[in-house]
Structures are given as structure tokens and as C-alpha cells.
Design a protein. Structure first.
Lengths: 116, 111
């Protein structure tokens, strides 16, 4: 079964508007971390935001916020006031604390395109 | 601060040729190291990870191998490349519960 699911292969958003990128996850580990990465056309993976499974509040980093709904196992990324430079692939990832290598499992990604 | 170097940035290799991609990390000790592969327009697939020198774990059976000869060096190799080995290869590291930090990637085209 897929551990990380991103159901939106592509999204358009108007510049200066907010956009939500969906992510659902599947784990039986009570301790885990959720991450969002941005991958521009250059290919580098840029860390955006982190949410721990025991964090009481939703994580925020500047224009990025993570809408964490634990019971629904969802961790959607919200980008406020979209900019042209936000056009990129976005990946949701999870790290389960009981895995020996601390590795991340990634979703298939969402391509975000910001329209001027 | 920590940095991660990965090279080369692009590589075109004929089928059947060998491969060696190198990744090094600076500014940290005893990192966990990872090799991921990304097919065009797809997510990242974990290939190998290493928690210490000489310790390699493989996530998927394949034509590739990995080695960690030094604490901060991680090498991805193949003796004979296949067309299906084409893709974008990313090296990454972390040291604790936080997420991974990635290198710039190598775009490999096997022709």
C-alpha cells in the first residue's frame, strides 16, 4: 500500500492567491514526521516545512503552513500569496520513527503552476 | 554549516558501461546517507541507505550497488548500465529525526 499519496498531479493557481496541496499518509507507527519539499526545474530538493506527529500546533514557515489533521491522516501544504517563483514540483514525505535508517518515503508529487 | 556535494551534474553513458557517482558531506560526522532515484515526472525512490562506514542497506533489487568507504563519502556504482537506469539520482544525508538534506543531483542518461 502507498504510504504517501498526493492525488493532484498538477495544480494551477493565480498569482497572489492561496493554494492547498493535498497529502495523505498511512502508518501504524505512533511517532512519525511529515515533510514538504519543493523541487524547481533545476532538480534540487528544497526543504520547506516539518510537522511531528505529536506536535499540538500546525507548523508554519513564512508563507508555508501545514494543515495537519491526524485523525484523517492528512498533511496538506498551504501556500499563501502565491508567487511566480513558487512554480515547481512539491513532494510530501514521511519518516517513521521505528525505521532504522531514518529514511523518508515520498509521494508522487504535485506540479504547481502559478499564473501571472 | 553542513554542505553536501554530488557530482557529476549530468552524465550520458552507453549501455553496458560502468557507473560511479560520488557524494560527500561536509560539516558533520556520522551522518546517515541515502541514494534516491527519480524517474521523469515521478517521486523519489529510495535505492540505498547507510548508517555508518561499510554499512549499506538496499531497498530495491537492481543493477546498482553502493559503498561507503569513508564516514562522509557515499558512492553509487554499476558494472554495466541498462537503459532503465536512466534517471535523476539524488544523494541525501541526515543525522537525527529531522528530514534529509539533498545534493544537487545527477541527471543520468543511458543511451
Amino acid at each position: 500500500a502507498q504510504k504517501i499519496t498526493q492525488t493532484q498531479p498538477g495544480m494551477f493557481v493565480q498569482e497572489k492567491e492561496a493554494v492547498t496541496l493535498d497529502c495523505t499518509y498511512d502508518t501504524s507507527d505512533p511517532s512519525y514526521g511529515l515533510f514538504w519539499y519543493k523541487q524547481p526545474s533545476s532538480g534540487e530538493m528544497i526543504f520547506l516545512i516539518y510537522q511531528g506527529s505529536y506536535d499540538q500546533q500546525n507548523a508554519t514557515e513564512g508563507r508555508y503552513s501545514l494543515n495537519f489533521q491526524k485523525a484523517r491522516k492528512s498533511a496538506n501544504l498551504v501556500i499563501s500569496a502565491s508567487q511566480l517563483g513558487d512554480s515547481a514540483m512539491y513532494f510530501c514525505a514521511m519518516r517513521e520513527f521505528n525505521n532504522a535508517g531514518n529514511m523518508l518515503t515520498f509521494g508522487g508529487g504535485t506540479r504547481l503552476m502559478v499564473k501571472p | 554549516s553542513q554542505t553536501i556535494h554530488q557530482w557529476p551534474a549530468t552524465l550520458v553513458q552507453p549501455v553496458g558501461s560502468p557507473l560511479s557517482l560520488e557524494c560527500t558531506v561536509e560539516g558533520t560526522s556520522n551522518p546517515n546517507l541515502y541514494w534516491y532515484r527519480q524517474a521523469a515526472g515521478r517521486g523519489l525512490q529510495l535505492l540505498f541507505y547507510s548508517v555508518g562506514i561499510g554499512q549499506i542497506s538496499s531497498e530495491v533489487p537492481q543493477n546498482l550497488s553502493a559503498s561507503r568507504p569513508q564516514d562522509r563519502q557515499f558512492i553509487l556504482s554499476s558494472k554495466k548500465l541498462l537503459l532503465s537506469d536512466s534517471g535523476f539520482y539524488l544523494c541525501a544525508w541526515n543525522r537525527d529525526f529531522r528530514g534529509a538534506f539533498f545534493g544537487q543531483g545527477t541527471r543520468l542518461t543511458v543511451v
